[in-house]
Design a protein around this ligand. Sequence first.
Ligand code: HEM
Ligand code: HEM
Length: 193
Amino acid sequence: MQKWSLNFRLWHWIHAAIILALLGTVFLRKTFLSWRTNSEIIVTKLTEQGIDVTAEEAKIVAKAIRAPMWEWHIILGYGLTALVIWRIALLFTQSGKRNYQDLKRETLHKKAVKIGYIVIYGVIAFMAVSGLMIHFYDTLGLTKDAAHDIKELHEFMYNALLIFVPLHIAGVIVADATEEKGIVSDMINGGKV
Ligand code: HEM
Ligand code: HEM
């Protein structure tokens, strides 16, 4: 019997790609496409050419440059929401339950890893629900203030992913190189129980 069904492996890798891409959009928003940095560049460079522009005008331009990139945050966000539903459906399959049976018999380390997965699933579900709430706040009848508070929480929870993702990737690589040989290729070829 296969350890990971094709269904589960497809879910894992599409999910990994979408989470990494979402983190990529946040990275761009906070660095190369930051409206704060870019509006300063716009003011400086235009002033050098003798064109007067206010900070407010430069901010509008910088945000317009960022907008097409940020659309991807929303598109990938819909993808993530679909993946959350797909993961819930996977709970009814053997691969989807595999890591969460007989937790009591596991070593302390494995217990911590698996509890970590459950926590991160909670965070990801929260990101999907809160992200949709911010995006559709008007339709949902929420005030701008409420949407702003939800955004603060959404941004705070993002830190959990920032910690989990590198820890997870380093963790499976170390496991593969030590006492769990083949753990990564199992997630590629399905492995054997
Ligand atoms: C790109 C490099 C990645 C590699 C090589 C990798 C590899 C693996 C492997 C080998 C497992 C099985 C571990 C086990 O048996 O306990 C696993 C599980 C898991 N991975 Fe990844 N992963 C990667 C990226 C990601 C990313 C970006 C996420 C996003 C949050 C993620 C989320 C998960 C989750 C939640 C599980 C637990 C699956 C379950 O419910 O049983 N992985 N990963
Ligand atoms: C892993 C999943 C996600 C991560 C890591 C993430 C991260 C973030 C972060 C850090 C911000 C704040 C950006 C800033 O103000 O500097 C943000 C804002 C936002 N996110 Fe997400 N997000 C995720 C999923 C989603 C989903 C599923 C949606 C909905 C489709 C969504 C919609 C939004 C919206 C509408 C904003 C507010 C943007 C604005 O103020 O203009 N996000 N996200």
